[in-house]
Write a protein of this length. Sequence first.
Length: 287
Amino acid sequence: MSPLLDASACHNLLRSFLAEDIGTADITTETTVSTTQRARGEVICKAPLVLAGIELFVEVFRLLDESVDATILFHDGEELSAGQVPAYLKSSARALLTGERVALNLLQRLSGIATLTRRFVRAIEGTGAEILDTRKTTPGLRGLEKYAVRVGGGRSHRKDLGEAVLIKENHIRLAGGVSAALTAAQSARGHVAWMEIEVTNLDELRAALAHSPDVVLLDNMSPALVRQAVDRVREHSASKKIRTEASGGISLNNVREFAEAGVDWISVGALTHSAPAVDISFEIEPE
């Protein structure tokens, strides 16, 4: 099992997913399949992908049948081709049928995120920049979706609002400006992992640098403007390292331009809010 995820710690979450799907009962399965019927289920990749969530997939069925016999052939983070089989299970037929949709939904969703993340990571290889996720996650699934980003080779940004100060456009507007917002936020120093502020132009950057934040988020800037901003940050922060982060309008087509502009981090909301689910099937046959 990947050291980044303990599937057994997700039991309550998985149980809630099963409860949502099953409702009062799996009427179809209970009326058509015997309680003594055993079956074999095989996970089959229908397209190239980066695997993420295979232990969770198995854990769904363990919650329905403690005697499930699972053989995992490939693990999270591995790249698979169409036709490869990452795992197969032997269990009560009823458990395999009842858990199929929840298990597949998770595996397809998380593998889709990991696959897209790996493409972004590959696109900036050799630049020194890192791909980060955002808080644009599915409510209730943040921990798992951010896990999938790490599986794909990215890293996690804030896990929640309490981890770090990140002053964004609306905070700046309501606080009365960049300087006012950063001055007010100083009370959080020592209680958060880092202090960060979003800027959209070089004037806002100048105001932010006067307060020496830990990170400056360069939002919706062109790669050329990002390069200018990075140069100014480096000139200002000779004694203290101020990290730079680019975000907004970033795609696979232009991400390398942003990386080559010299930023430390590139945050991409699409990793979690727009990653397509990958095509995986689960074929069940009598044992």
